[in-house]
Design a protein around this ligand. Sequence first.
Ligand code: 9GP
Length: 821
Amino acid sequence: MATAIKKPLTAAQFKKKVVQHLNFTSSQTDYQQDPTAVLRAVCLTVNEVVYEKLTETNQYHKEHKSRSINYLSLEYLMGRMLSNNLHNLDLFDVAQKAVASLGFEIEDIFEEGHDLALGNGGLGRLAACFLDSLATMDFNAVGYGIHYEHGLFKQQFHQGRQIETPDEWREYGNPWEVCRPEAVQNIPLFGHVETIANTDGSVQKVWHSGQTIKGVPWDVPIVGYNSKTVNVLRLWESRASSHFDWDQFNSGAYQDAHSAQNHAETISKVLYPNDETDAGKELRFIQQYFFCACSIKDIIKRYQEQYADDWSQFSKQVVIQLNDTHPTIAILELMRTLIDEQGFTWSDAFAMCREIFAYTNHTLLPEALEKWSVDMFERVLPRHLEILYTINEFFLDQEVAALWPNDHQMRRRLSIIEEGPQKMVRMAHLCVVTSFKVNGVAQIHSDLVKSDLFPEFNQLYPSKLTNVTNGVTPRRWLKACNPELSKLLDSKVKSDWAKDLSSLSAVAKFADDEKFQQKFMAIKHNNKVKLAEEILTSTGVVVSPDAIFDVQIKRLHEYKRQHLSFLHILALYRRLLADPDYDMHPRVYIFGAKAAPGYYLAKEIIYAINKVADKINNDDRINGKLKVVFMPNYRVTLAEKIIPAADVSEQISTAGKEASGTGNMKLALNGAITIGTLDGANVEIAEEVGDDNIFIFGNTVDDIKALEANGYNPYDYYNNDEEIKACLDWLLTDYFTPGNPGELSAVAHSLLDGGDPYRLLADFADYAKANIALDNAYKDKARWARMAIINTAKMGKFTSDRSIQDYVDNIWKLTPMSSQD
Ligand code: 9GP
């Protein structure tokens, strides 16, 4: 029998528990002025419910021997947990009343929480949405990752420039996690491999490692929405296998006594702050191996608790999803374990891996497709490299040779090892060769994976490459972050739309209903008022909620083209200076983006936007028609405030470069209208909302290919478009940086002498035109309201529940808890 969904506590019971925790867990009696103490006590109270459900979930899956999905990801961008957990447990109102009776607003309590920022951007946030959906849909799932001491850096601006400071999310502990000493793992690395000849003529390989690191697991419970399930996200922290050298300490060498500990702890110290480029450092490589090895050992341990040494059920019980190439070493670690420790033959081990691993590709950008040098591989993981060579040999000699006999070019192209002055391991090739399925993250992206990235692999393994379009959880990205809109939707939609997002299509029939339009837009306005306050607090800029709130929130990257919008802002400013009556509805451009600390141009773009913003925001000549704000420290919590208030969603990447995007889905779900290129999931959003409810502009993937085939020259646009020329030349003057001409020139140079690698100038004119169409649409209040309502109504496809169902049906083949009875 499945466990029943827990009845929520009453507000009085909840309050009693909170007070008990304040008094007896934290020894706090004087908490009236201490929201942090209250937050902790509220979390501990919620945990009582959560851990009971977690125990029941575990028991159920043990009894039912449920197949599990093991999601391996180097990144999880969880954000804050409390509000989400309260909503998912149906305890929100109860907690709100309980803390009110203690003299606090629940929102103020939330504000005390830290973001779990263990990720960079879309990839990590997607993983968080997937965990939410897996628990909501009652699937047996474990997320595996790294327990970084410092998550993504905090961003401040100093005179317009980005300053990074460390993120201290768990400096004083994190109430949502629990340490599991019973599941600690020891991870060998470095050393050498000994080949032992057996008397029967066979050879045995023995890896003598040079160092052992301890992996300590911390479990973060993942609470399903209105479901029976609490799953876990298991995060590994690295520690020295023996803490510190007692003898050395006693002999007075205090620093040395800690050195092994420091070295080991470095592995889980920081999240790499780069999400599109290969950091290329040994530490990053060891991070990847460390968390893969811990996770594989843990998966085997969990299996053996049920099946002991009977391996016949392993591939029926376990599927492992590789989130990008970062966890690829898991393949080699499982191969090594099966062959060296469990006595499998190479072919049986490989066949097993081919039933267990699936891989998601999240990018076509060549610099983000990971490669590691063979030398480093050999130094850190000598046994894994040997195994990798055997896989490559089998692949080239048996599979490539069968389809392309004696084709050396093809062998070279497909080989897992890239030849060259420095031999490199192509991690994506290892993934494609070994995984039983490879998916892209939006239809256009998956098509490009087949046609442009891996065409030969697609020929070799015709049914392996597939698509699963990304999605976002409507629990966090509508129900929790936009409570007023949620209530309005509740009043019109009979079923629980947060669990069945396609039911929102019912509100489409109210798109022309004047009263509904008014209510919908009044909520948007209220959200804009709140955001305007936040903008004032964080940037000191006053913005009017009556202006169009035009939002671009995502990592700072040239391919995402924040500088396209920036160039257009310059053009608007110029038009307004030339004609203060220039006909445009007042617009506030709202940016949120972190630049990787070593990404020079990205940081220059931030600086340029901030400098131009300073000038524009203080220029009385333009009557407040244009404002520009760059909100510092963009993160999940800030996204939750910006998204409900957005009128316009900027999704303006170069066609073919953004694999999917997920901010585009969150913004449209909250009634923002997209201005975007035919890239990533924009294409599918356009299909859902219809051409009248989105502003599509710019070159398509094919157009860009044609432009490039003809020899792309940015000067053609510069010389032929007076506005482009004037705006780029403006950046070379000291207009925005008095006394310092040329301070903003990096952006202009990248677009001209730098060759404009992301074809921004080729899209500028059409983007400007689309913006005029958008402005006209906004001036027609009823039309805009209609568009916004349709956007919310038609986002059903983009729930992460649908993505998970696609994974389950086409890749993972899982059965949810309830239907197993
Ligand atoms: O750049 C993609 C983004 O388009 C996508 O939405 C996200 C989730 O699939 O993954 C991003 N990729 C990476 O962060 C690195 O591959």
